[in-house]
Design a protein around this ligand. Sequence first.
Ligand code: GAR
Length: 213
Amino acid sequence: MKRIVILVSGRGSNMEAILRARIPGAAIVAVLSNRPDAAGLATAHAQGIATLALDHRDFADREVFDAALAERIEGFTPDLVVLAGYMRILSDAFVRRFEGRLLNIHPSLLPAFPGLHTHRRAIEAGARVAGSSVHFVTPELDVGPIVIQAVVPVLPDDDEASLAARVLEQEHRIYPQAVRWFVEGRLTLVEGRVRVRDATVPAAGWTSPPLED
Ligand code: GAR
């Protein structure tokens, strides 16, 4: 059984998608948040999952907070740490500690539009496609090796909310897929590049590589 810890800062819909997927061989052992009021914490608690809030405002600085958070995470002896709408920049020490077992989802087609306000920036730039990326976390924000992406069109009448909703629907498909690959031991980093053993060869369509059952 692979032990998974999920970090959330808010709604937690990606966390829910991963829970819903009921990935064989995966145990979601805890959900942690830097925000005590994160809706995702309550959702996880209601499903009988251990939850823990560590309010970053109670700590002197990022390094001290991240060290405390890392200690708590290690207490659950995770094989994989999943950032699911975790909205804090991570210190280098934290990232190094969980290197190779730390995944994030970002609502853009990385390397385009890292950081905040991705949908607004995509619309303003006139991008014709948008999407989401699951990637391994490296010290630089939103830059790590990409595991899977989903593409959606940007429609002429889109605003931030409509584009975000279209992207989110795809996030809920690709994040469980990436976690499944990891749990199956098929997802590896080779010299900084992602390899997925026996992944379906991409065909024309909106996701690359395509989703699998
Ligand atoms: C998701 O769209 C996720 O990609 C994004 O926050 C949202 C969280 O929603 N993450 C980031 O922007 C990280 N840079 P959720 O709490 O419902 O999963």
